[in-house]
Design a protein around this ligand. Structure first.
Ligand code: GLN
Ligand code: ZN
Length: 771
């Protein structure tokens, strides 16, 4: 009676087949026919898997080469001039060039007359709402024309129908699509393009109707954001026009609550609305009173963004209530597309049975959706009863499990006092003691932590993990890397040294592996962007640090040099943001536990004679909630977690933090409240403009604005970096500036790293002379 449907299925494949095929295609090892075949097979498998799990209406259009927003840009003909084919329609090469950049046609350079192949810069990549998925930002021009230019959606719809599936094509809605893009060239308002874009949706609906489609899903997740009034107004206009076109339309919202947009969304002239009740449970039951009586309501009750089994009984209570009001107008779905979940739990052969019984990946989530729908129509069916009983048992087991609930951790949390998140003395006092102890020159030079991760390093780590390299041999291999890194830095004349992070595969996993309360999957991959997938660690229980995690490496590194060695840790907020968190504990509670674990490490490093510790918070800014009204709460607990981990040390111990590229203006107060003695940030590409926020706020502590872009192999000149430093010194008093690259160097090669750092050290020396 209630329809079980899905908003989207992961496209990567249970063995990351898509990643492998795309990468082979890029290397020329697989031809286009081969790549297409892999795609076709994956789609067929995924439709079948969902159908077998009991999904009645299957998504199509969720498959994409590289990225679904990019597919839309091709579909609408939003192809930047530099990638536009000279004749005919765009091809797969056009698509991948937009995604990855390309080498352009040779052009005569006007200055020297020589022929240069111009690099064609890829479109910008940015975060998809508050997920760790990244999409390619559409580029619009003021005179943007739209034209149906890509057949993929129609082909795949026909493909699914030919295979006998009942499908619902998925499109990003016109307003969300425009919102996600950027105006290029002359300034203009993207909303002006709406009138031109809408006819394309009409054409698409016509063609889909011609294929025999009944429903289309139109994703409008921006309805959960704080929208400017013009954008809200545009909704009614747009959907009034689309109303005249064929097909039944389900508008899908997710990643948050509709809040003040609830009335707007409920009243759009479409046939159905999907809301996310995992993220925003409070929308229910309000929505029932606002929804016109003709409309379908799809409730997202199975979390599409996490790995935990759904509490079916809890979800069923909501559904039963909704069902009484809506009857067959009720649909059941995951909260959002399952793009953000790993594919298949059954693949996990190394997880212990208990832990595994608590988890559900995309395939299992589809089965949960289906069971929930069936529980309404056939409550007495044996499989429904079994599933509910199993879910109840899992919830009970987790609630009582001593693996999850650790009285010792909880007692420690309960005993936290306000002064634990407070350095003993204010910055002004600390910095004097630190300067006396560290004896650093003006414009001290340092790096952000990692040095090039060579294949030898990766091989050593892998061999050790697989038991092919003894522990002693592994330690020796890593120590040898540390020796190289230290002598390299001494030779270059850097002031504060790092050990190089050779032992770390990843800045979260390395620590997660050593903390109690974390589990690891073998196949829990989720697409991050393009062919890149991440396998986040799973926080399943109360977190603690059984033993030191980095102390031996750092102590060894310090023993090799008279220079100051920096301890290197990942902060609690970043640990949390880049993991699958618990659903049975608050995010701030988990951050606090992580903070205590990291605090222990900071204290141990200090006890081992380390004078300076960097605690990276790369994800601090990106953790901001989608809604401004929730910022205060987030910033408070995130700042508090950082302070808690950083405040266990003496005044003399200098705490650094590092953040990657961020917009600091709206969070500068919290950055200051973190009270790190030094913050290093990514700034070089902003021409030091990011420092404006620090300048305006009169940020009191020290700052290391990155003076070169580590994303590019290009070696910046001494003059270039000296100029950036002069610009920085116009905003921040020179006595508080550090000199460092934008971020870690692990993706760089040694030759360019050396050349760039030689110039960086020389630039710092030049600035000292100018003082
Ligand atoms: N210390 C880390 C490194 O150098 C920081 C990485 C990051 O900020 N993303 O690799
Ligand atoms: Zn960084």
């Amino acid at each position: 009676m209630a329809l079980a449907h899905n908003l989207g299925f992961p496209r990567i494949g249970r063995d990351r087949e898509l990643k492998k095929a795309q990468e082979a295609f890029w290397k020329g090892e697989l031809d286009e026919a081969g790549l297409s075949a892999v795609g076709r097979e994956l789609r067929a498998t995924h439709w079948q898997v969902q159908k077998d799990a009991g999904i009645e209406l299957l998504p199509v259009g969720d498959f994409a080469w590289y990225d679904q927003v990019l597919t839309h840009s091709l579909t609408f003909g939003v192809i930047p001039e530099r990638f536009r084919p000279h004749s005919g329609k765009p091809t797969l090469d056009t698509l991948f060039a937009m995604a990855r950049g390309a080498v352009g046609k040779e052009r005569r350079d006007s200055c020297c007359g020589a022929a240069h192949a111009q690099p064609l810069l890829a479109q910008e990549l940015t975060k998809w709402f508050d997920t760790n998925y990244h999409y390619l930002v559409p580029e619009f021009t003021a005179d943007q024309q739209f034209e149906l230019s890509w057949e993929q959606l129609f082909e795949e719809t026909a493909e699914a129908i030919a295979l006998g599936y009942q499908v619902k094509p998925v499109l990003i809605g016109p307003l969300t699509y425009l919102w996600l893009g950027k105006a290029k060239g002359t300034e203009f308002d993207r909303l002006e393009l709406l009138e031109r874009l809408l006819p394309l949706y009409g054409q698409i609906f016509q063609r889909l109707a011609g294929l025999g489609v009944e429903w289309v899903q139109i994703d409008e997740p921006i309805l959960v954001l704080d929208l400017p009034q013009e954008w809200k107004n545009a909704y009614e206009r747009a959907y009034n026009l689309l109303q005249r076109e064929p097909l039944k339309k389900l508008v899908a919202t997710y990643f948050g609550g509709l809040e003040e947009n609830l009335g707007l969304a409920a009243n759009l002239p479409v046939d159905g609305l999907h809301i996310d009740l995992v993220r925003a449970h409070e929308q229910y039951p309000t929505i029932l009173d606002r929804l016109p009586a003709y409309k379908v309501l799809s409730l997202g009750l199975v979390n599409g963004r996490n790995v935990w089994r759904c509490d079916l009984e809890k979800a069923l209570q909501v559904l039963q209530h909704a069902h009484e009001r809506l009857g067959a107008r009720l649909w059941v779905a995951p909260s959002c597309s399952l793009l953000h979940s790993p594919v298949d739990l059954e693949r996990e052969d190394k997880l212990d049975a208990e832990l595994k019984s608590w988890l559900a990946f995309a395939q299992q989530k589809c089965a949960e959706v289906s069971i929930l729908a069936r529980a309404l129509s056939e409550p007495e069916a044996a499989d429904v009863q079994d599933a509910l009983a199993a879910s109840r048992a899992v919830q009970a087991a987790r609630a009582a499990s001593p693996r999850i609930h650790k009285p010792q951790v909880q007692a420690r949390i309960a005993a936290i006092r306000p002064q634990d998140s407070q350095r003993p003395a204010p910055f002004a006092v600390r910095i004097e003691k630190q300067r006396a102890l560290l004896q650093l020159p003006a414009f001290p030079t340092t790096t952000i932590g990692s040095f090039p991760q060579t294949s030898a390093i990766r091989l050593a780590r892998q061999s050790f993990k697989q038991g092919r390299l003894s522990e002693a041999a592994y330690i020796e291999a890593m120590q040898s890397e540390i020796r190289n890194a230290v002598s390299f830095q001494e030779r270059l004349g850097l002031d504060v040294l790092v050990h190089g992070e050779a032992e770390r595969n990843d800045m979260v996993e390395y620590f997660a592996e050593q903390l109690d309360g974390y589990a690891f999957t073998r196949f829990g991959w989720v697409q991050s962007y393009g062919s890149r997938c991440v396998k986040p660690a799973v926080i399943y229980g109360d977190l603690s640090r059984p033993r030191p995690m980095t102390v031996e490496w750092i102590r060894y590194a310090q023993s090799l040099t008279g220079k100051v060695m920096k301890g290197m840790l990942t902060g609690p907020v970043t640990m949390l943001m880049w993991s699958f968190p618990r659903e049975d504990a608050s995010r701030e509670g988990q951050a606090r536990q992580l903070a205590l674990a990291i605090r222990d490490e900071v204290v141990d490093l200090e006890a081992a004679g380390i004078k300076l510790v960097q605690i990276d918070e790369a994800a601090f800014r990106e953790g901001l909630p989608l809604r401004r009204s929730q910022w205060r709460h987030y910033l408070d607990w995130a700042t508090e977690a950082f302070r808690l981990c950083a405040s266990g040390v003496r005044d003399e111990t200098q705490i650094h933090t590092h953040m990657c590229y961020s917009e600091f203006n709206d969070v500068i107060e919290s950055i200051a409240a973190m009270d790190a003695d030094v913050i290093t940030i990514e700034t070089s590409r902003s021409d030091m403009e990011l420092l404006e926020a620090f300048e305006a706020f009169e940020y009191p502590n020290e700052i290391g604005p990155g003076v070169y872009d580590i994303h590019s192999p290009r070696v910046p000149s001494l003059e270039e970096m000296a100029n950036l430093l002069r610009k920085a010194a116009m905003r921040i008093p020179a006595g508080r500036l550090w000199v460092n690259p934008d971020c870690g160097l692990k993706t760089r090669g040694w030759p360019e790293t050396e050349a760039a750092l030689v110039n960086m050290v020389a630039a710092a020396r030049q600035l000292r002379e100018e003082l």
